[in-house]
Design a protein around this ligand. Structure first.
Ligand code: M6R
Length: 604
């Protein structure tokens, strides 16, 4: 969940390390730090909290060097503090780390028994000690690094500086992402291509278990057994221009507005706009007897919407499970199934582990990912892309709607392959789906309803979201969005489940957001709304113009463009995002970097 960077440069590195950390700050922001080689010594600067605190420190106390490493932290072992900030040092070695060293406790006890003194509560410090111990035993740096790596279990990406080695940064990856970047007489390692974006787009993706040594001449790559190997260098699209906020106040606001484009780009990977045929990207859904979706958080709600579509359109049995549960039971999944991971980052630890579990059992794997170079994308049999562009706000918005758009397209393709619809119906449904970007844009423009409602919700302690059918996952998503960025307790429920418990929560102080397009389920949801109103509940109804005509006077309405039920999850996602965003802004919350969270959850 942390971001790491290492530079062997010709020009000063301090500012460039910070620039890269700024791009990686979405991964964690509990503390930040850099270390650099100066006249044969390692010096470091570390600050608790956001990167700006490190910048202020560097302004007072600069580091002048051309070789260095940097880190932005999402705390796992040890509270956020300067003492626990990375780089962690021991003797001649400085280390930055993303991941968790699971056996750090016995290693630490062993190192302490050998007289080594620890300064932090981190698992990372053991790595610095292990390397330093091997150096002290006379090994050269790469050999010392390998001996240390062989003792670690858990997940890690590391960048390492060694005192006395003026032109060397070492790195390793196992379970956490790390890439190498090639510049003009300079070399880089970092968490992802985005972090290296300002310096180079010539990127080498490492395999799991690889470790590397970069210097001014280039890179040496070794596999986990220590054999020297070559890995392909790719020129990735220059991402630098894509991660600016532009005129928006927050990335989340920008990313909400990016959604028409993001969906359009995503759909162009699936639908031929001339023939309105839908591609399944090489998968024969007729040959699949069961679809198992695994994902976490917002991506799992996209998966739940996908289930409605795959079952109703294509008659394909579909299960959705959060990856952290799936991976630790013994799912009765057999070859013949397709395991589909959904992930914006393509790096979420639990989702990746669930995929690997399936792969080991001979089950075909696919990943619906937004990061084409991610670990998931490289490990699965089939990649289904979303083209949302980099999503920086921790709260997922455009990645979610792009996932739903892609799943809708795939469900149409599956329906055609499985003989549930003919070519005319395929073309009709594709035409409906292609309208989604325009209707999403209309829903974004039409947010005049929301400020007064946001004022009301910002005062609440608890909020309930209700929905039926594909609006149920949206209710869950609405509650998650509100919780994560405004810190208001919120729950999403299936509207029909209300009477089985949650209705006891209804009182005048609890806003209830009902998501109900005027579709076949509208009357049922409307009855649940009446039950809430009869008990004094304050209802906000998100619906279309037709649905609004049925709203009692006491109900506040948010009206979105009328649309075909096929694309209602895409259009109705907009107001729930905008409500959460506006409430968070009213509450003065840190919208893009909410407390305790990180964009990419690469630890369990
Ligand atoms: O990168 P992923 O899509 O795998 O991430 C999954 C979740 O961590 C993510 O959707 C999370 O729930 C978001 N912060 C929600 O806005």
């Amino acid at each position: 969940m942390c971001g790491i960077i290492g530079i062997v440069g010709k020009a000063p590195v301090s500012e460039r390390l910070v620039e890269s950390l700024r791009r990686l700050e979405y991964r964690g922001y509990d503390s930040a730090g850099i270390a650099a080689l100066i006249g044969g010594r390692i010096e470091r600067r570390r600050a608790e909290g956001k990167l700006r605190n490190l910048e202020a420190l560097l302004a007072e106390d600069p580091l002048e060097a051309t070789v260095g490493i940097g880190h932005t932290r999402w705390a796992t072992h040890g509270a956020p503090s300067v003492r626990n900030a990375h780089p962690q040092m021991a003797g001649r070695v400085a280390v930055v780390h993303n991941g968790i060293i699971e056996n750090f406790a016995p290693l630490k006890a062993q190192l302490q028994a050998q007289g080594r003194h620890f300064e932090s509560d981190t698992d990372t410090e053991v790595v610095a000690h292990l390397i330093d111990r091997e150096l002290a035993r006379g090994l050269e740096p790469v050999a010392a690094f390998k001996v240390a790596l062989d003792q670690l279990s858990g997940a890690y990406a590391l960048a390492v500086l060694v005192q006395g080695e003026e032109s060397l940064v070492m790195g390793a990856r196992r379970g956490s992402p790390l890439v190498v970047g090639e510049g003009q007489g300079e070399m880089f390692i970092g968490t992802d291509a985005l972090g290296l974006g300002p310096f180079t787009n010539r990127i080498i993706h490492l395999d799991d278990g690889d470790f590397v040594a970069i210097n001014h001449e280039g890179v040496r790559i070794f596999d986990r057994s220590g054999q020297k190997v070559d890995r392909a260098l790719r020129v990735v699209p220059a991402a630098s221009a894509l991660v600016e906020k532009g005129n928006y106040r927050h990335f989340m606001e920008k990313e909400i507005h990016d959604q028409p484009d993001a969906c359009q780009h995503t759909l162009s990977a699936y639908i031929d706009p001339i023939s309105n045929t839908v591609a399944s990207r090489g998968v024969d859904f007729a040959a699949i007897d069961r679809l198992q979706i695994v994902a976490c958080g917002t991506a799992s709600y996209a998966g739940m919407i996908g289930r409605y579509l795959f079952e109703s359109l294509a008659g394909l049995q579909t299960d959705v499970e959060i990856a952290s549960e799936f991976r630790y039971r013994e799912p009765a999944l057999r070859p013949g199934a397709l395991a589909l991971a959904i992930s914006q980052s393509g790096e979420t630890a639990d989702t990746l582990a669930a995929l690997r579990w399936c792969k080991e059992r001979g089950i075909m794997t696919a990943a619906l990912v937004n990061s084409p170079e991610s670990t998931m994308a490289r490990e699965v049999d089939v990649v289904f892309p979303t083209h949302a562009g980099p999503e920086i706000g921790v709260a997922s918005t455009k990645a979610f709607t792009s996932q739903v758009a892609a799943l809708t397209a795939l469900a149409i393709a599956a329906a055609r392959q499985r003989g549930r619809i003919d070519a005319d119906e395929e073309a009709r449904l594709a035409g409906v789906l292609l309208e989604a970007p325009r209707l999403i844009a209309d829903a974004i423009l039409d947010d005049g309803w929301i400020p007064a409602i946001a004022q009301d919700i910002a005062k609440a302690r608890d909020v309930l979201y209700l929905g039926r059918g594909a609006m149920f996952p949206l209710a869950l998503e609405g509650a998650l969005k509100l919780k994560e960025i405004s810190y208001i307790h919120a729950e999403g429920y299936a509207a029909g489940e209300l009477k089985h418990g949650p209705i006891a929560l209804v009182d005048e102080a609890t806003p209830i957001i009902v998501i109900a397009p005027s579709d076949a389920l509208f009357d049922k949801t409307s009855s649940n709304m009446s039950e809430v109103i009869a008990r004094g509940g304050r209802v906000v109804l998100i619906t279309d113009a037709q649905g609004a005509t049925h709203a009692p006077d006491s109900v506040k309405t948010v009206i979105v463009p009328a649309c075909d039920p096929l694309i209602a999850p895409l259009v109705f996602a907009v107001p729930i995002q905008v409500i959460a965003y506006q409430v968070a802004v009213l509450k003065g919350a840190d919208v893009d970097q909410p407390r305790n969270l990180a964009k990419s959850v690469t630890v369990e």
